[in-house]
Ligand binder design. Sequence first.
Ligand code: CIR
Length: 320
Amino acid sequence: MNAAAIRHLISTHDLTDAELTSLVERGAGFADGTIYPSDQLAGLVVGILFLKTSTRTRTSFSTAALRLGAQIVSYGPNDLQTNTGESLSDTAEVLSRMLDMLVVRTSGDPADLRTLAGQQRMAVVNAMTADEHPTQAVADLTTLLRHFGHVDGLRICYVGEGNNTAAALALTLSRFKGVHLELRTPPGYGLEPAILSSAVENAANSGATVTELHTMDSAPAGFDAFYTTRWQTTGTIKPDPHWRDAFTPFQVTSALWDKSPEAVFLHDLPAHRGEDVTTEVLEGPHSLAFDQAENKMYAAMAVLEWCAGRLRSDGSSGTA
Ligand SMILES: NC(=O)NCCC[C@H](N)C(=O)O
């Protein structure tokens, strides 16, 4: 594609507020069937490069591309000549002459994605790095929009490690008016301070609030949604052999619903039943976790359209 058309999505910072909202609305439109996948991306070829395991994200981007009429080329961790020493910038230059977009998951240096994006022809999409999971946030907000009809004003309690998923959630939810995001993270496993200050700064501009606590001693009350994530974030090692002691009080159980009886439950999955969440909650009447997983495909459709320059900022499709 030509340089004028492509847009990289490496961090939620790459999206304006209007673009974030239009991606979420477009994702919900695909999910609700008010927008039809036709051949919006016909003629394009999308590379799917996953250097770490993936069930939802890899499948959602592959199926999103195919459903919109694009074709895909998939690479696993052992496939590219980067394994034999070819530089990332040379790799990007070559791939950009054949692919229109490259969807990448890595647990290596997050800056690698900016290196891959250093060419002029191929849009790069972050399908999860150690520091951020922007397309998960688009799917999560799509899930909230579909369920509540709005994101503004929601009260969300995130319980668990301040990982890539939490970072993207905090950086996006904080841009919506009147949202209250409370993060309950185990001591020593909170959000990166720079991410938290960025979310707090967003919130000051939008009229949201973001707080982080490191205890479950006081029960969260009056929330619209609880969100959790697995305890073993991809590619990270917890040096403390007793780290589970810090996480145990943060397991999501049905007791959380005592003071928020209507709250829905979200999880980016994979769930580890009996660790991060009980089966009763994951499979219970409040759980949207599997709808949320499905929404990843609709969100991926919107993301691919936007990266290809085929989604206008008013949310309609066409050349931007
Ligand atoms: N939805 C997903 O992308 N799930 C896989 C990763 C979950 C978690 N944030 C992790 O980094 O391990």
